[in-house]
Design a protein around this ligand. Structure first.
Ligand code: NAD
Length: 324
């Protein structure tokens, strides 16, 4: 079995590759893995260091918008797992062009190459942010929820989702979509709230909390996220969408409190800053579809996962240079 993993040098993609090589996903055991990654600011080839010497792993530095390269790389491929994306909401607010290029045009380029190569399955890794924003008492989203993205990031991911589904409906390409919730764990570039706050606090710096801090996110450990993606890769039905949630809803204020506790610090390290433009209030997903169909269940207790993540950043301070 030959698997292409786009964005495999980033946070979630590299975890998926490291775990797959260690045969953590029965459906993918023994497969050859080809990582395709442009190595933007968010990707590091070193994230794959534990497995790069394995003969089943090949690394190709390249852009998913490169039609010729994607045609070439996807030849004789059984499975594409598509993680590559511009992934940070704040960056999409200050400049959306790269988000449209990579997330929309890049996904279309891959889909066309996958169609030509007649790949066995195409798993597109998407996000709960495509559903929009929920009130505090709103019912968690099922996969049937209409798309209502707010940030340019979420809009670019929703556009990609529609293209992926269009390639299934028009051409019969065997696609599956996963929609993961806010993911945390080791190897994440320090710009999103958990790695940013941990890195700054470890360096003795204050952390910026947006607005009233009451925005709610559904936290998912990277190991659970990747298990969900692997289950869909192995047994997901073509044309279907699967929510992958973590089940731990916290306000950003509560999350910050947990991080301060883990590091033995107090509120004086928190600086209130103006809210993010268009800041979604709450994300929450119903995961009964993937649980019922594929046996998915988040396994990493949040407090344990968070403590281990803080510990990992403590042991890897300065990994991203000036940023951390
Ligand atoms: P990341 O930013 O850590 O990694 C993205 C990777 O894609 C990087 O290695 C980068 O170099 C690569 N990349 C970017 N543009 C590329 C291009 N044009 N060609 C080839 N490679 C390119 O992101 P992540 O947090 O690991 O997210 C992976 C996927 O999961 C994304 O599709 C994201 O939308 C989705 N997702 C993320 C979260 C989260 O909380 N992080 C939650 C749900 C879904």
């Amino acid at each position: 079995m030959r698997i292409i993993v786009t964005g495999g040098a980033g946070f979630i993609g590299s975890h998926f590759v490291r775990q797959a090589v260690q045969n953590q996903y029965p459906a993918l055991a023994g497969a050859e893995l080809v990582v395709v990654d442009k190595l933007t600011y968010a990707g590091r080839k070193e994230n794959l260091a534990p497995v790069l010497a394995d003969p089943r792993v090949r690394f190709v530095q390249g852009d998913i918008c490169d039609t010729e390269l994607m045609r070439d790389v996807l030849r004789n491929t059984d499975l594409v797992v598509h993680f590559a994306a511009e992934s940070h909401v704040d960056r999409s607010i200050s400049g959306a062009a790269e988000f449209v290029r990579t997330n929309v045009l890049g996904t279309q380029t891959l889909l066309s190459a996958a169609l030509e190569a007649e790949v066995g399955k195409f798993v597109h890794v998407s996000t709960d942010e495509v559903y929009g924003s929920l009130d505090a008492d709103g019912t968690p989203w099922t996969e049937e929820e209409p798309l209502s993205p707010n940030s340019p990031y979420a809009a670019s991911k929703a556009s990609a989702d529609l293209l992926v589904l269009a390639f299934h409906r028009t051409h019969g390409l065997p696609v599956c979509l996963t929609r993961g919730s806010n993911t945390y764990g080791p190897y994440q570039y320090p710009e999103k709230i958990i790695p940013l706050f941990v890195s700054r606090l470890l360096a003795g710096r204050k952390v910026p909390l947006y607005g009233d801090g009451a925005n709610v996110r559904d936290w998912l450990h990277v190991d659970d996220h990747c298990h969900g993606v692997a289950l869909v890769a192995g047994g997901g039905e073509p044309g279907e969408i699967y929510n992958v949630g973590g089940g731990t809803e916290l306000t950003n204020r509560e999350l910050t409190g947990r991080l301060l506790d883990l590091l033995g610090l107090d509120e004086s390290m928190v600086e209130r800053v103006a809210d993010r433009k268009g800041h979604d209030r709450r994300y929450a997903m119903d995961i009964s579809k993937i649980s019922g169909a594929l046996g998915y269940k988040p396994a990493v207790p949040f407090d344990e996962g968070l403590a281990a993540t803080v510990d990992w950043y403590r042991r890897h301070q300065g990994l991203w240079g000036e940023d951390a």
